[in-house]
Design a protein. Sequence first.
Length: 132
Amino acid sequence: MNASGVLLIIAASFGGLGAVFWLVGFAVGRGRRRGWVTTNGRWSRFRSGLTRSWQVEYTVDGTVHRIMPLMNAATFSPSGEIPVSYDPAEPRRAVIDTFYHRGGLLKVLGAVVVGIAVALAIIGLTLVALDS
């Protein structure tokens, strides 16, 4: 197999991998649903037995609700307010509404990997055209 064929196979592999990252990013971001309300929560320490981490507390109609972040928040010290989206019919159903928690990082990573795949495909197709 020549170099152009190898590049095209690598491009297809990168394209598939990028598409998977992108689709997983959209699946993760589904947590914010239509009709949900956004409010501000605040970071607070969470301690259970030997475990210490962070959680976000938000208040709806005088009731305090808590949500744990999807990422490991034990390694950093968050502070300040953070947006939280919740279901008005069931306020305990909520998601932290940040770029990371909406799957933004996976979407960007997927787009970058697909971009690399497109560049490799263009180079591979150019080599095919030059060989013929």
